[in-house]
Design a protein around this ligand. Structure first.
Ligand code: NAD
Length: 451
């Protein structure tokens, strides 16, 4: 049994039975049958079914959002956006089903065509930090491309996934095509990874577990997409609009209480404006409203669990220099917004993904130094560049090794643009116009005109 806690109150919200490896086996058998029929369904009919699913989600946005607040402690505003994101992902992928075209390639002596075929059954293993959107990032395009999906949500956040599976059935999506299997990662998740009839795993979570999953997939040459951790830079040049850069900084690492793989947790500031930047940042951090996530005025809620709270605490010494915001004393897994100063770039808090509301500020000298510091990480997920110089914005965008960059902004995830990491932040891309092709095999067929 999985015990689901409300992170804001520490009360038990629900208990959910965990799927055993035997349950996974049975689910795969059902999914294989459902996928065959689904793949044989005309693209326009698949698209229509997914649009109906999107419409059903749309009719339950507030309910899904409230469920997310209760099980994950997300602020209500964020949770509403997340439920809407599921709807949008389904709508966008539905259009993809109608446009999943192969190519015709000129060859002598005949006609050469490529066909994009579904993989079969796809296993999606999701984390707790954005339970709904991340599950839907993979589920929507996988279904649209003609696959069945078995989704294993994180132990702490299975409720929205289970509700989405009910809404899928309610909308008329074929039975067994999209099944949710809550459970422990090492048991239920692992059973999906090892199952010979699961053709691909899409894993979002820690780099540590991602490496284990990739190794297991390698034994079977199983397809894999990995969305892993990050320690993303927010690079502020002296020629930036400093007020705008400061105003955007707090939520660039405090959104979702910092439990965001794209959180800009390494704030790199050109030395000539370093002191002014910190002086402006302090009141902005202190003003962040931390508290009950179901209150519309709250900007930052609790962390997901006690163990996550302990982990975040372990990185911040009581007397560490920097800026501190405020947080409720408890109950609930709250940690105050924190900006650490005076650290070396290789100190644990500056180098490791903390996954909490903690950032470090490091000074740099010039453009080359900024690029060096930005790239001095094992990760490569996101990053931001603040400058008024267009040439510099382009040069630094080209030099920083990360999959998702933004200039004079911290935005990085839109369902219609590609998303994914360099280096130890992951493998493959999700979202964007090519999202469906990650769930297909390309078959090349040559038809001779000479026989
Ligand atoms: P986690 O790796 O502990 O767990 C992620 C999922 O994997 C959970 O569902 C878990 O049950 C499952 N799992 C754990 N061990 C497993 C195993 N041996 N076999 C199969 N499945 C297993 O990560 P988490 O703590 O839930 O999530 C936080 C991490 O996710 C952070 O590192 C964050 O950066 C990363 N993340 C990355 C992205 C991205 O898109 N790059 C997005 C969100 C979160």
């Amino acid at each position: 049994m999985l015990k689901v806690l409300n992170p804001a109150t520490e009360e038990v919200v629900a208990t959910v039975p965990a799927a055993t490896p035997d349950d996974v086996d049975k689910a795969v058998v059902r999914a294989v049958a459902a996928q065959r029929a689904w793949a044989a369904t005309a693209p326009a009919d698949r698209a229509r079914a997914l649009r109906r699913f999107a419409a059903t989600v749309d009719g339950h946005l507030e309910e899904l959002a409230r469920l997310e607040v209760r099980e994950a402690g997300h602020t209500l505003g964020n949770a509403r956006w997340e439920a809407g994101n599921v709807r949008d992902l389904l709508d966008y992928a539905a259009g993809g089903a109608e446009r999943l075209n192969g190519t015709q390639i000129p060859v002598p002596g005949g006609l050469n065509v490529t066909i994009l075929e579904p993989l079969g059954v796809v296993g999606v293993i999701a984390p707790w930090n954005f339970p709904m959107p991340i599950a839907a990032w993979a589920t929507a395009p996988a279904l649209a491309a003609g696959n069945a999906v078995l989704l294993k949500p994180a132990e702490t956040t299975p409720l929205t996934a289970l509700r989405l599976a009910e809404l899928a059935l309610e909308s008329g999506l074929p039975e067994d095509l999209f099944q949710v299997l809550p459970g422990e990662g090492a048991v239920t998740g692992n059973a999906l990874v090892e199952h010979p009839d699961v053709a691909k795993i899409v894993f979002t979570g820690s780099t540590r577990v991602g490496k284990q999953i990739m190794a297991k997939c390698a034994e079977r040459v199983k397809r894999v997409t990995l969305e892993l951790g990050g320690k993303s830079p927010n690079i502020v040049f002296a020629d930036a609009d400093l007020e705008a850069a400061v105003a955007a900084t707090p939520m660039s690492f405090l959104d979702n209480a910092g439990q965001d793989c794209c959180a800009r947790t390494r704030i790199l500031v050109q030395r000539s404006v370093y002191d002014r930047f910190l002086a402006l940042l302090a009141p902005a951090i202190e003003a962040i409203v931390v508290g009950d996530p179901s209150d519309e005025r709250t900007q930052m809620g609790p962390l997901i669990s006690r163990s996550q709270l302990e982990r975040v605490r372990s990185y911040v010494a009581d007397d560490a220099p920097g800026i501190r915001g405020t947080a409720p004393a408890g109950p609930g897994f709250y940690f105050p917004p924190t900006v650490l100063t005076g650290l070396e770039a290789d100190a644990p808090a500056a180098a490791e993904e903390i996954f909490g509301p903690v950032a470090v500020v490091l000074p740099f000298e010039d453009e080359q130094d900024a690029i060096r510091l930005a790239n001095a990480t094992a990760y490569g997920l996101s990053g931001s560049i603040w400058t008024r110089d267009v040439g510099r914005a382009l040069r630094v965008s080209q030099a920083v090794r990360a999959g998702n960059l933004s200039v004079n902004s911290h935005s990085s995830v839109r369902y219609w643009t590609p998303f994914g990491g360099y280096a130890q932040s992951g493998l493959g891309r999700e979202l964007g116009p090519d999202a469906l092709t990650a769930f297909t095999e390309t078959k090349n067929v040559f038809l001779s005109t000479e026989a």
